[in-house]
Design a protein around this ligand. Sequence first.
Ligand code: ZN
Length: 158
Amino acid sequence: MRAERSDCVLGGSGHAPGPRFGTTVAEQGPGVPDLWADGMGVIVRRTVFYPGQDDGGLQCPHCGRLEQRDGSYTGPVPSQWRRFHSAAKGWMDGGPAEATCAYCGLPVALNEWQWESEPWAVGALGFTFWNCPPLLPAFVAEVGGRLGHPVRLVSGKF
Ligand SMILES: [Zn+2]
């Protein structure tokens, strides 16, 4: 990504793809990185990162109980999901990063919940790659290595 910020992301400025962009993605489709919104946004605040579709199931890593959500956002919200959402909202407001399992009663760090589909993640630093092909796992691992902190890839479409 280029060091200087420019108008290349939605909702602000970001970092446009640099000359080595192709070494970070699995495949570079036509028009990428030539789209207007093809840059990387940087988020530096407590944020819940979610895939934006197909939430699938949420599973407690302690008891293994898997709870489905239909993804319609119009039906009743299962109890595990309510607890997770409430905890994530509380974390954004400065609270602890854990939710208690509705079934076994054990606390679970928000980033330790298991996801049936694309995972969610909470963090105080995030990078949004707009209109980007899938990132190479080696690139994601290198980012984590340079940060000296675990990273989680959250993929989705909005
Ligand atoms: Zn549990």
